[in-house]
Design a protein around this ligand. Structure first.
Ligand code: NAD
Length: 392
């Protein structure tokens, strides 16, 4: 049911990716009950499970690694089949965050928070607030080793409540001293990643005249579309919300229905909606040269990446392509200027390029190359400062 944790396969010549669905729930709702979460290898630094004193609900924080810096990762409010499932999910997602930050060359570790929502009606009012305060206290008790942020089922207002009990929360609304919406930076990063892919496939990163299909015109997709249109790309766009057609017209983009979008002939397919866009049902029918978008977990499963590679479709590892959002939070934590943060997001171009080069030279998948890059960074950091970080 949830993303980011699965490791790269060691496939040949393939472009692989993590492969589970991620869905942003409406902010005020608690997502529906999840299927059970498979066991997770425990190579983490810490797992905290605490029954909230106010609500009796379990709050969980998993810290996978603080080797590169404090463990950053959002908190999700989710209905699990059991507390064990919630803990496994936190462990899985925390590990994914370690690799995401390391591959993006950030001084951050990986962690994740979970509030296990109870059966029954959606959490709201005082009980929701109490659950958030309980979670905030767990975060505070970790003394900055874990920094929390928004994730599935959590709204900016929820984060403000958590912030009442801990200073270790990022991505707050600007009126509460935070850096606000990360999507402009995510869009910058995806554009940078697309450029790297174009250079790899076509020998030029020029966007002018390229046909780019964007599936999902939400926060990131709309901003990406505007950037690409400005640079002369020909856009084909869709959204399940027909109201987004107005935006398509404004951008001079061609509108197609969602079920057609993934199958249009194009240079770049940019999934910018939910995870799992590429599935066994559509992988054989894709007519693009590159898959590179903002969505987390673009592939429904890792094996699809092998198939994409066999079909000579370049897949940009999603956790690098969409790291602009994480970079935005990093900028907030390190008090970087907008210019510095933008420069880091644009650096995703180089990260993708080096991953693609490694993949090409070593005949491994870009995802395998991305994990290798991340592991190398972690190894170097451990060699530089072995036990001190773990103890801090
Ligand atoms: P969003 O909710 O603002 O936008 C998603 C859009 O996709 C909505 O307009 C929705 O109507 C549309 N949509 C949903 N299902 C669709 C379908 N089947 N076909 C076409 N359109 C569909 O979300 P967002 O913040 O723009 O994020 C998009 C993706 O990028 C998500 O997977 C998210 O996890 C990932 N991501 C976002 C950020 C960020 O900064 N917001 C950072 C990293 C990753």
């Amino acid at each position: 049911m949830s993303p980011l944790g699965s490791h790269a396969s060691n496939g040949r010549r393939a472009k692989t990716a993590t492969g589970r669905r991620s869905k942003k729930a409406p902010a005020s709702k608690v997502p529906a009950q999840a299927e059970s979460v498979p066991p997770v290898e425990f190579d983490h630094e810490e797992l905290v499970v605490r029954r909230g004193p106010r609500t009796g609900m379990e709050t969980i924080v998993a810290i996978h690694s603080t080797t590169l810096g404090p463990a950053l990762g959002g908190v999700r409010l989710w209905r699990y089949g059991s507390v064990l499932d919630g803990a496994r999910d936190a462990l899985r997602l925390a590990r994914g965050m370690t690799y995401k930050a390391a591959a993006a060359r950030l001084q951050l570790g990986g962690g994740k928070g979970v509030i296990v929502a109870p059966e029954g009606p959606d959490l709201h009012g005082p009980r929701r607030r109490d659950a958030l305060l309980d979670f905030g206290e767990v975060v505070e008790s970790l003394g900055g080793r874990y920094i929390t942020a928004e994730d599935v089922g959590i709204s900016p207002e929820d984060l403000v409540a958590i912030h009442e009990r801990t200073s270790h929360a990022t991505g707050l609304p600007p009126e509460h001293g935070g850096s606000g919406d990360p999507s402009p930076f995510t869009a910058i990063g995806v554009e940078a990643a697309i450029r790297a892919c174009l250079a790899e496939v076509f020998g030029s990163e020029e966007l002018h005249g390229r046909r780019i299909a964007i599936a999902g015109l939400g926060h990131v997709g709309a901003k990406l579309a505007a950037r690409l249109a400005e640079r002369g790309a020909g856009l084909i766009v869709c959204d399940i919300d027909p109201g987004k057609q107005v935006l398509a017209e404004d951008l001079g983009a061609n509108w197609v229905e969602p079920d057609e979008e993934l199958l249009v002939e194009c240079d770049v397919l940019a999934p910018c909606a939910l995870g799992g866009a590429i599935e066994p049902d559509n992988v054989e029918k894709l007519r693009c040269a590159i898959v590179c978008g903002s969505a987390n977990n673009v592939l429904a499963n890792d094996a699809l990446a092998e198939r994409l590679a066999e079909r000579e479709i370049l897949y940009a590892p999603d956790f690098i392509a969409n790291a602009g959002g994480l970079i935005h939070v990093y900028g907030e934590i390190h008090e970087l200027s907008d210019e510095e943060t933008v420069a880091l997001a644009e650096g995703i171009r180089d990260s993708i390029s080096s991953v693609l080069e490694t993949a090409r030279l070593r005949e491994i998948t870009p995802l395998a190359a991305a994990y290798e890059l991340a592991r190398e960074r972690l190894k170097e950091a451990r060699l530089e400062s072995p036990p001190a970080r773990l103890a801090s």
